[in-house]
Design a binder for this molecule. Structure first.
Ligand SMILES: [Zn+2]
Length: 309
């Protein structure tokens, strides 16, 4: 008898420990009553009441309980049924089980078993002919993060590149700024080539930015406010062709943005000297020109922020 009792105690302890080891077991205690009603007790939220019914953003829908990615936005479609609908799941993420009602097929998270909803076939709504009808409350949404490949480059010349780089690096969404040269005919120029003023290059910064965080227009507006775009012979005390104000555009869309901003400034009475030019090869300047003020711990001598828009 004692032995049987001991086995029972050991067995029950094993279950408690195993339960504790499930990484999501503590998460269950944090669910709201309604979330538990759907995810654990297999309830259904009211049609059109969930927060993911009409969402179209790029991203991944993950299990509310165990955070496993279950569906991607690419498989989401408008079914007009009132619940988020997907015509496919991430491979292996969803398990189909016969519903207790004996008619429908229930879908659960393959990892933790949380109730998602039901799957229907043969409705002809999409080419895959499948509809995963999922409760919004069973899912969390993770927005797709910008990939390095989606970063864009913009080019601005506004006098000594040290100061232009200094201000662009302070903008949210700007990943990197490189001081260099653009617009001339000499290949791979160095600082002492450009300073002769016969290479055609202007000191230019290459701005690597995340367009989902900061727009090209914001960058361009900043550019017009951190240097004097009305100075025709250089910038501040730096006089010469390599210090002229210019924006090198990648395409007609950028050109239109710049022309629009110049028009706004001209309407305000500024006589803009900035030239809008097509992008040409960009050459990085020597390492000692990069992050100049940050390394020196000093402030630009000929650039400052002035509100113009
Ligand atoms: Zn799960």
């Amino acid at each position: 008898m004692q032995k049987i009792l001991w086995i029972l105690v050991t067995l029950s302890m094993t279950f408690v420990i195993a339960d504790d080891f499930k990484p999501w077991s503590s998460k269950i205690n944090t669910l709201t009553t309604f979330e538990k009603h759907v995810l654990i007790d297999k309830g259904t939220e009211r049609a059109f009441s969930g927060k993911h019914v009409n969402t179209k953003e790029d991203g991944t829908y993950i299990c509310k309980v165990c955070d496993t990615p279950l569906y991607t936005s690419g498989d989401k479609f408008d079914s007009h049924c009132g619940w988020p609908s997907f015509d496919d799941a991430i491979p292996g993420a969803i398990k189909e089980v016969p519903d207790a009602d004996g008619r429908r097929t229930e879908i659960v998270c393959a990892n933790c078993g949380a109730h998602m909803g039901h799957v229907f076939r043969g409705e002809g709504l999409t080419s895959k002919n499948v509809r995963h009808c999922v409760n919004s409350v069973s899912l969390n949404f993770q927005k797709k993060k910008a990939q390095t490949s989606t970063l864009k480059k913009a080019y601005f010349a506004g006098g000594c590149f040290w100061g232009v780089e200094y201000y662009f690096e302070k903008i949210d969404g700007v990943k990197e700024v490189i001081s260099g040269f653009m617009g001339g005919h000499l290949k791979n120029p160095g600082y002492y080539d450009v300073i002769r003023k016969d290479t055609g290059h202007v000191e230019t910064v290459e701005v690597l930015y995340d367009p989902s965080k900061v727009s090209y227009e914001t960058l361009a507006k900043t550019f017009f406010e951190i240097h004097d775009p009305t100075q025709v012979d250089g910038q501040g005390p730096d006089i010469g062709s390599q210090y002229l104000s210019a924006i090198f555009v990648n395409n007609t869309q950028e050109r239109k943005t710049i022309e629009g901003l110049i028009k706004v400034l001209e309407d305000k009475g500024f006589k803009i000297a900035t030239k809008t030019r097509n992008k040409s090869p960009f050459y990085s300047a020597e390492a000692y020109h990069q992050d100049y003020y940050e390394r020196k711990g000093s402030k630009p001598y000929c650039h400052r922020k002035v509100k113009r828009f």
